[in-house]
Design a protein. Structure first.
Length: 242
């Protein structure tokens, strides 16, 4: 009996795809468990507790993540990737529309923001590097999205503008005094032109004027002090003053 190699390869591909789907479904269950537990308990919980919350065995969780911090970092990075897709601009998107969607998306996932706050301190260098790279990519994506709406934004300034906009949107999303996303989006949009300044021009404006060469002035020689003649009492002064 001969076996069709192409059919065997297709069956193997389907098995691998099904395995990847199961693994991703389990990761999502653990990320959801992290949303529930980490905001209140921080990184003190165990991987077994996360697995129990997710309805999985500890051995399955260990096969996917080495530590709870791995789950937390994956949750935050996954949330940021979803944020890029959620806020992708369309042809008729305005700056206010984009910012309002960004604020609403951040506000809709408060748990992920609390996880992000919980893991700001105490992460090992490996996780810190992962978080820094993911956040830098998110800021760049936000800046590039704004460039699609405002082509005047310079390419080399998009990452910095995206970072500033993201920080303002986070503040607007989680501040108790910011109930209306559209109003907050309009306020942030008003600040956008200030972030589009030419870097070279801004540096030139702050640079000190060149110093003029000033020749040191020659100080006049002080005149020798002399006793008045005659003295107020009518007598001549002494020949030598001690």
């Amino acid at each position: 009996m001969t076996t069709d190699p192409h059919a065997a390869q297709e069956r193997q591909r389907q098995r691998e795809a099904a395995h990847q789907r199961r693994q991703e479904s389990r990761r999502e269950a653990l990320r959801h468990a992290a949303r529930v537990l980490i905001p209140d308990h921080g990184l003190c919980i165990t991987l077994g507790e996360l697995a129990a919350q997710a309805g999985l065995s500890r051995s399955v969780a260990v096969g996917l993540y080495a530590k709870v911090a791995d789950v937390a970092v994956d949750l935050v990075c996954h949330t940021w990737r979803a944020l890029i897709e959620t806020t992708a601009p369309t042809q008729d998107t305005t700056v206010e529309d984009f910012l309002a969607r960004l604020i609403q998306a951040l506000r809709a996932d408060t748990a992920a923001h609390r996880v992000w706050q919980a893991i700001q301190c105490g992460l090992p260098p490996r996780h810190r590097e992962t978080m820094a790279e993911a956040e830098a990519f998110l800021a760049l994506a936000m800046g590039e999205a704004l460039r699609e709406i405002c082509p005047a934004i310079q390419a080399d300034a998009s990452a910095e503008i995206g970072d500033r906009i993201l920080n303002l949107a986070r503040h607007a999303a989680y501040a108790a005094s910011a109930p209306d996303p559209r109003a907050e989006a309009a306020l942030i949009a008003d600040l956008l032109p200030r972030f589009q300044a030419q870097p070279a021009a801004a540096i030139a404006a702050l640079a000190p004027a060149p110093r003029a060469e000033i020749q040191p002035a020659t100080a006049p020689t002080p005149q020798a002090w002399m006793l008045p003649r005659p003295l107020p009492n009518g007598h001549d002064p002494p020949r030598r003053v001690a």
